[in-house]
Structures are given as C-alpha cells and as structure tokens.
Design a protein around this ligand. Structure first.
Ligand code: ZN
Length: 184
C-alpha cells in the first residue's frame, strides 16, 4: 500500500472518530460536569476542534512540503475559517434565535471550511511535484497542459485532461522541466 492510500484510509477513519469525540465530550459535559446547555456546547466545540486539528496534522504533516508560507497559511486558515463560519452562524442566529443550534452550525461550517483549506494550502505546486519526482530518479514526462505525470504511458494523449501531443512536443517538455526545477 502506498503512503498516500494509507493516509486516505486513516483520514476516513479519523473523520468518523470525530463524532465519537463529539459524543464523549457531550457526555462529560452533561453527566460528569453537569454544565448548562450553552457550556456543554462550548465544551463539545473546543474538544472536537482541538481533536480535529491535531489528528489531521498528525496524519498529513509527513505528506506536506512545509514552507514558511504554508506554515503561516495553515495558522491563518484556522482563524479565517472561524470568521467565515461565525458570519454564517450570525445568520442562523437571526433566523432561529437558538444559541446551541448557532454554535453547532459554526462548528460544523468551520470544520468543513478548514479541512477544505488544508487540501488547498498543502497541495504541491507543479515545480514541487516535478522536483519530488526527479528526486526519486524518475525522468518525468508531464502533460504540458495539466502537469499530469505521463511516465509509463503508451499513448501521447493525456488521460487526465485529454490533450493530444506528438512525441517531439512531449520530448521538448523535458528541457522545460529542467528549467522549472532551476526555479525551485
Ligand atoms: Zn493533461
């Protein structure tokens, strides 16, 4: 199994386990600490969001090329997604006027936005992908249009975006990838 597939399976299991943490924190808030409804909701949001952030980072950090930009962006994304989710929560509060519902909407919206933003922030650039493949000793032929890796292909049509090339066009891209690696 490739590390990427392993991470994907772990991610699915992990995201399902978030509901377990949600349930356990609700039980702790209600049964053990005997908190008020709004306090229980706050406890649930705090515990599940911490669990989500830490677990997600543990699973994916090894797959991310950490640049100063990515480190900064991932911290900012936690807060930016909270701001967006709070705006949505504000609308829900106006309509429903129910604090617990509002807080759950904020929590769920934040989680979805943040998970999506990590996928965008952590995604490697074309140059990074080419450099990584070069490091593995692969002579990389990539689609000039979408940079799909064409290594091992028996046809010159890109299976990802459908662009058609001639052999000499693809051969010419090899010289270009060397230029791109110089820019990394
Ligand atoms: Zn393509």
């Amino acid at each position: 199994m490739s590390p990427s597939l392993s991470r994907l399976i772990l991610s699915v299991v992990f995201l399902a386990s978030v509901f377990l943490v949600l349930f356990i924190s609700a039980m702790i808030g209600i049964e053990v600490l005997d908190l008020r409804e709004i306090e229980v909701t706050s406890l649930i949001l705090l515990m599940t969001s911490m669990y989500l952030i830490l677990g997600w980072l543990v699973i994916w950090r090894g797959a991310v090329k950490w640049t100063p930009w990515r480190r900064g962006a991932i911290v900012i994304s936690v807060l930016a997604c909270l701001l967006l989710a709070s705006m949505l929560g504000g609308v829900v509060q106006l309509v429903m006027d129910e604090e617990s519902v509002t807080m759950f909407v904020i929590g769920a919206a934040w989680a979805l936005l943040w998970l999506a933003s990590t996928a965008i922030i952590w995604r490697e650039t074309k140059a990074e992908r080419i450099a990584r493949l070069k490091m593995l000793g692969i002579n990389v032929v990539v689609c000039p249009n979408c940079s799909y890796n064409l290594t091992g292909m028996t046809s010159t049509t890109c299976p990802e975006c459908g662009s058609k090339y001639t052999l000499d066009q693809l051969y010419a891209t090899l010289a270009k990838t060397d230029e791109q690696i110089d820019q990394v």
